[in-house]
Write a new protein. Structure first.
Lengths: 270, 270, 270, 270
């Protein structure tokens, strides 16, 4: 299967404005690209790329005063397989977790574990450990939070989403991540594209999606408490402790977002 | 000058309890050790060390049921010099910040920059950039927050400290860090020992201290908004994005902290 | 200004032969593409792309027995500006170089700094540091080496070029890079297209060009000791430690290069 | 088994001299440390650590005029197992090598593959692919080169070692690496400690050791053409393309090495 994906973002700045963009597909997916996803800007500005501490490719630029259009339009191969389900994936005791997973047990900007720990243990402490415990958490979060774009708020933490019971995909992910960490299961945030391949068409305008990965049985598995069922065609962009680490764009100065288009469509041979 | 420092912590656990301890002096100070700061436990348990993503030394162990005593008692050489003051240290424009500093512009668990950005710009945006802007922030934080151990709360964020106007050293540091990041100055949290060398003796029981570093003119400088004056005899343990990254101890199971002693004293030759 | 550029390479292999090609324009120039530079092959074979450690796009394929034609024909916008000259760009002391530049101080396959260090210091150690020192190096290299395609040799190192005093553009670049590194100035190799825009037409068949970048005053600047004057219309393909990192093609098996055409021409509106 | 290891290096500089040291044990071994290997300096100087592009921990400092003593004295747990031998580890066809291994097929400063390719294919092209081919290369190199400290030369390449037939452990490693790469087997250089555990005591003063790893059957295996038999107690410090990437020390200014001691001894319980 091939998927065409991309975005068109337009920002208007009043002064030269540094930006950091995390918009390229994740390094683990570059070899699936059929058409490159290089970021284009109009007007042209110098770009510098670097990899952040998680390995994500980030782009630095300085937007000039006026409008800058940032876009990409790429094609990627995909297995067409839904997210794997491995019901017997076991949970690691803390003492046997690999060192590099330990940072994903800590609290982070939007995953305020310390505020949720008591509830997490009382609610999920009896669920069978491992895959089923993570799935129990996802089921809870999926039912607990009401989805609505109007509930999006850049400052919303997991505990706020828990209390308000409203949010968007990233809030679902943050809450589930926080619960997993409370229960000593490493969990990390993922951002990327997720189209509606294999499911009824969603008429809402597309956005980037947020989901998460939990560390079970020696590897990381995808979970998506917003949709809460295996999906086809995820295109990972970046991973981090939470959405604070993998913002699509960080702008260092006043600006207006004048256009925001994202697309992800299966390529149907003529 | 030589400083004797150490700690004695006693935990009581009801079951085997994994712990991660960040208690060794920072690798930048190992050269100064006159007597090693190796962590001892009673009863003896196997220890595993690793470096976290910031380079800090961490120790993993599994505490047995019952009490475990964790201690060190070391001696370190110190320059006896107060924290440097470099009033003309300039601020980097965002676009010229080295890549490794960019993560210290992001929000983090206790430094919720997005909640403080508007205030930060209105309050500090006119202060001369560079050292003076950071010092202006420290002066504000020093005066804004009332110190009191009774105000300590593990979940307190910078914006909560800002609104409640009460806290301990880590809250001062978190608030100043958040303001610096809002103003595009990389800032990172430090934890360590800080005695009362050169100042009137403080009768309160000692605790570990929190301060921060800001990136100005190509290097990191120490700032301490709690004390807000150059101090002698800081002994760095660890650095991170905020206190969530450098907790002295993380315990993965129910436990009681039965003893908590910290000391830092100048060694006076007989 | 618009520039049409591309290539046509034909290889004949006797068996299925893996290849790695570094032929796409650099990600920093994708925004400028008016017509894409996608690599085409005849016969058609599956292509896989990846980014190497420097961020360059590379393409993997397996050439079938017989001839394979590999080509692209693209159009790119260009500022029409010559390479910038910033005579007061300062040199960083080693201790203030950003971490990501340090690898460009080390020796590499074709830049054998250890063989050239003594000469470099005696010859260039008194030149004013910064831009002028790099320019002094370029002047020396430009005059020291006699250009000639017949002097090209894939194994030629900087010290060999220095001793033989003959070479092609990549040898000029390697020697200047090695001298810069000896003098603690980070320098990296660039490969790309360079036409004869703004200069007398060169009747030789075109080839890809090699030049280099030096890190001065917080950014990377283009230098070209072969031509040794600012040029218009460089189209960067890839950057690395030296030509070993950015070979246009690597073939893993016996083959014959049957055709090799490269073009770079200003598009003149009718 | 526990191994005590460390070093004592003394440099004399005439002016403030930046240094980069790659002396800490590799991040994959930190969790085996029983006593930390932090670098100590006398006099005390500020230290900064960073991880290079290969993940190795590096230390930056500026040595003052006069002598600087750099040392560590650590203890590490070791399995006591000899290097594994997996005779049926298969060779990957180039087209199925993971992307991150491809850089270890390229030529590098001391592994000048292009000068050795013809010989490599004629000599080793008929050996059974995979483990046996790498072992055949090691056997050849082991017998081809005569060991002698007097043959050490910092500029010696693999092809020079091949022609001169004399060298030290790093020359053995460089030559074997170059042959492996010629034959499309990814190979990378390793530096570390290697004592004489389990073999007759070697009266020569100890040095750091160089060996290499080859990528076979989906993982990296240790080979040591200098000793050419499985050994016990290797303590890895760093990995790179060749010795140019993992120099124990790089000094940016004139200096004299006044002391050089390295030790690696099994800890025998009293």
């Amino acid at each position: 299967m091939q998927i065409r994906f991309g975005y068109e973002l337009a920002y208007r700045c009043t002064q030269p404005t540094p930006m950091i963009l995390t918009l390229n597909v994740h390094y683990t997916r570059t070899s699936d690209l059929v058409r490159r996803d290089d970021l284009r800007t109009a007007p042209h500005v110098p770009l510098t790329m670097y990899r952040d501490g998680f390995g994500n490719w980030c782009t630095r630029l300085v937007a000039p005063p006026g409008q800058i259009l940032i876009s990409a339009d790429a094609v990627i191969r995909d297995s067409g397989e839904p997210d794997p389900v491995v019901r017997d994936a076991p949970q690691h005791p803390v003492e046997s977790l690999p060192e590099e997973t330990l940072v994903y047990l800590l609290g982070s900007r939007y995953c305020d574990t310390d505020n949720l720990s008591a509830f997490a243990w009382s609610q999920f402490g009896q669920a069978p450990p491992g895959w089923q415990r993570v799935q129990t958490i996802c089921n809870f979060v999926h039912n607990h939070i009401q989805f609505g774009y109007q509930y999006a708020r850049p400052t919303k933490t997991a505990s706020e989403a828990f209390n308000e019971r409203q949010g968007v995909c990233r809030d679902y992910a943050h809450l589930a991540i926080a619960f997993c960490r409370c229960l000593n299961i490493p969990a990390r945030y993922c951002t990327g594209y997720l189209g509606d391949i294999g499911i009824p068409h969603n008429p809402d305008p597309m956005d980037f999606a947020g989901w998460f990965e939990a560390y079970l049985g020696g590897r990381w598995y995808t979970f998506d408490p917003r949709n809460n069922k295996p999906r086809i065609g995820r295109i990972l962009i970046a991973r981090g402790r939470d959405a604070a680490d993998v913002a699509i764009s960080m702008t260092f100065g006043p600006n207006t977002l004048e256009r925001f288009l994202v697309w992800t469509d299966e390529v149907i041979a003529a």
